[in-house]
Design a protein around this ligand. Structure first.
Ligand SMILES: Nc1ccn([C@@H]2O[C@H](COP(=O)(O)OP(=O)(O)OP(=O)(O)O)[C@@H](O)[C@H]2O)c(=O)n1
Ligand SMILES: C[C@](O)(CO)[C@H](O)COP(=O)(O)O
Length: 239
């Protein structure tokens, strides 16, 4: 893997890779971010995609406190020692994990300027091009939230259990990276956590900022349940 020098932004570039979850839906012995996918941990695949996007990127990796040793052991086993990756402890929810990552960035950021991408550690197939594009758009618009159009038909289920068809051409399925201007993101994450925060876009929107959508990719899946591992292994060996 080469780490090309790219110069697409004068701003400091940060990435918060959230891997602080327990992976309950995967039902594996270790949290899914540590599972081995075609010869290396899922999290290593993901981090390498970010290192490939820019050699100027500072990465904050958020891990469950109890699993920091698991990751250190895996890094030794797979000879993975990226210099620009700092590890911080996760929180009880994704929102709290992102906030911990953000605090680590802000502690060292003297100017308050820069751009920050937040990405799920369990989306190992994100392309460096999508990462780079998210930074370019966020620098222009304040935010860049990756998404894809719905492929299936979509129905909305009401409280009475009845469902209604929705015009799927208006539906977008949201992925990560979700990239923001750091000043905006810092302000957004001062809100109190809400139960409907499922991603950073919902936080930023709640704080009153506009959300700009950018094109993601269908292969940029979030590894969530056991069948996702089967797909991922096939996709990775085909690519
Ligand atoms: N407290 C949490 C919860 C989630 N995440 C991260 O957010 C991403 C997306 O979350 P999800 O797929 O739901 O992961 P888990 O919470 O680990 O899985 P589950 O919901 O099945 O328990 C993952 O990379 C996960 O590690 C995190 O950093 N901190
Ligand atoms: C951030 C996210 O991956 C965008 O699709 C998603 O919302 C995470 O949700 P989860 O409930 O943590 O799986």
């Amino acid at each position: 893997m080469t780490y090309p020098v790219t110069d697409f932004s004068a701003d400091p570039l940060y990435a918060i890779i959230v891997a602080g979850g327990s992976g309950s839906r995967m039902k594996s012995d270790v949290p899914k971010q540590f599972l081995i996918l075609n010869g290396k941990p899922i999290l290593q695949h993901t981090i390498e995609r970010f290192l490939a996007a820019s050699s100027a990127m500072s990465i904050v990796l958020v891990l469950p406190e109890r699993d920091r040793q698991t990751w250190a052991t895996l890094c030794e086993e797979y000879g993975f020692y990226p210099a620009s990756v700092r590890v911080v402890n996760g929180g009880a929810t994704r929102f709290q994990s992102v906030r911990n990552g953000l605090s680590a960035i802000l502690a060292d950021n003297e100017t308050g300027g820069g751009l920050v991408a937040v990405h799920d550690g369990v989306r190992p197939f994100v392309s460096p091009e999508i990462i780079r594009n998210s930074f370019v758009v966020a620098s222009q618009m304040g935010s860049a939230v990756t998404c894809v159009p719905a492929k299936d038909s979509v129905r909305l289920v009401g409280d009475d259990g009845q469902s209604q068809a929705v015009d799927r051409s208006r539906v977008r399925l949201v992925q990560t990276p979700q990239t923001f201007r750091l000043d905006l993101f810092r302000q957004a994450f001062q809100v109190d956590e809400q139960p409907f925060f499922t991603d950073c876009a919902s936080v930023v929107e709640y704080a009153g900022f506009a959300v700009t959508l950018i094109d993601g990719a269908y292969e940029n899946i979030k590894i969530t349940t056991p069948e996702d591992m089967l797909w991922a292994a096939t996709f990775d060996s085909a690519g």
